[in-house]
Design a protein around this ligand. Structure first.
Ligand code: PNS
Length: 173
């Protein structure tokens, strides 16, 4: 029997709880869920591709039906490469719709074998985006409960590293 493989693509810079909620919702619907991290170094992401992939692999380590891969180039080509049929995209609000609709139709034109499936995250996360997480955190705001612990730790390390201890100046006598 053919495996039903879904691909959940994105930048995941960083992954937040809204993304994880979508992955949880996909798991019972497909045989395999491939989380596909876009190589987008030209957009100067906060976390490197390797860091984003590593974080996701850590978070999904207990889910054998989830795989984390990176990709560059066209998403539809990646879909063909791994035999994926469904692209999963999260829809948070009507404002997401226009861009997502354009992307879904373009992807369908490029590769009619690919279907896009839209999923709604839990309402608590309907305002959440990676961009807001980075902005709020870098300005000193609290993002507890919006990102997993390991992402919080990585945000601290990257954006609020501990201040270097003051050099010890010899006492002048
Ligand atoms: O999390 P994001 O940044 O909204 O994800 C966007 C993503 C990765 C799904 C989209 O940019 C993408 O598919 N990029 C790959 C290049 C491609 O296929 N472009 C044509 C899209 S119609």
């Amino acid at each position: 029997m053919t495996q039903r493989i879904a691909v959940y693509p994105g930048s995941f810079d960083p992954i937040h709880n809204g993304h994880l909620d979508i992955i949880e919702r996909c798991r019972p619907l497909f045989d395999e869920v491939v989380v596909a991290v876009l190589r987008n170094e030209e957009k100067r992401p906060l976390f490197s591709l390797e860091e984003r992939v590593e974080t996701l692999r850590e978070l999904l380590a207990d889910h054998p039906e989830c795989r984390v891969e990176s990709f560059s180039g066209l998403l539809v080509d990646f879909m063909d490469k791994i035999g994926g049929r469904a692209v999963i995209r999260g829809l948070r609000a009507v404002s997401d719709f226009e861009y997502e609709f354009q992307m879904a139709l373009m992807n369908r034109r490029l590769n009619p074998r690919v279907e896009t499936v839209f999923m709604m995250p839990k309402e608590d996360y309907s305002y959440l985006s990676s961009r807001l997480v980075k902005e709020v955190f870098s300005l000193g705001g609290n993002v507890n409960g919006l990102v997993p612990e390991i992402v919080l730790a990585r945000l601290h390390k990257r954006l609020r590293p501990p201040a270097p201890s003051a050099p010890v100046t010899p006492a002048v006598v």
